[in-house]
Ligand binder design. Structure first.
Ligand code: OGA
Ligand code: MN
Length: 198
């Protein structure tokens, strides 16, 4: 992975799509982990935090499971992200402090309406990452991530969630949405954060 090149594009464009940054073997293990077969491992995603926490399936239809550093596969992904965090800090002085991420499964028909990853009242998410785990994904399967300009209306990118692809973008700059998928859509969504600013 050429972190300098990633940093350069994030600084100038604000987002980057990487074709297959991880080894296929690790991606395959992550895919195996991203299944809702263990009792209660995945749960419906929620929107907002604290008292404002609510579950609104029409806004967000995925089920999620946070990665577990005690699992060797999850740990390998977290370690890779840790190298990226350190490299981006060295290149861009972002002061990224930690990284949190969860597996997400969107069943057929599930989507995520246009939103910003910066939680209301909190500004500690700096970079968003999504890593896709869908083998043989066809254009007709839908499920694209649509990235909008900061103004919220102009589409700047549509990313098909194909196996091994990763997108990284500035959390505060790009509203985005997930279009309905017609098959199970698997991914790992995560955020590099700075220490709480408030
Ligand atoms: C999210 C999100 C995008 C995607 O989880 O906040 O926007 O492509 N995910 O899965
Ligand atoms: Mn998001």
């Amino acid at each position: 992975m050429n972190i300098a090149a990633i940093a350069e594009q994030l600084a100038h464009v604000g987002y980057i799509v990487l074709d297959k940054p991880l080894l296929d073997n690790l991606s395959a293990l992550l895919f195996a982990r991203c299944h809702d077969d263990e009792h209660q491992k995945f749960h419906a995603a929620q929107i907002g935090r604290g008292p404002a926490k609510q579950q609104i399936e029409t806004i967000r239809g995925d089920v999620i499971s946070w990665l577990d550093a005690g699992d060797s596969t999850d740990n390998a992904y977290l370690s890779w992200m840790e190298s990226l965090r350190a490299g981006l800090n060295a290149a861009l002085y972002l002061g990224l402090f930690d990284y949190e991420c969860h597996y997400a499964i969107y069943g057929a028909g599930a989507a995520y309406a246009r939103h910003s990853d910066v939680l209301s009242g909190k500004r500690n998410r700096i970079l968003s990452t999504v890593f896709y785990l869908n083998e043989d994904w066809q254009a007709s399967d839908g499920g694209e991530l649509v990235l909008f300009k900061p103004d919220g209306d102009t589409v700047i990118a549509k990313v098909s969630p194909t196996f091994g692809k990763m997108i990284i973008f500035l959390s505060e700059s790009f509203p985005h949405q997930v279009l309905a998928a017609h098959n199970n859509r698997r991914s790992i969504a995560g955020w590099f954060r700075v220490r709480d600013l408030n």
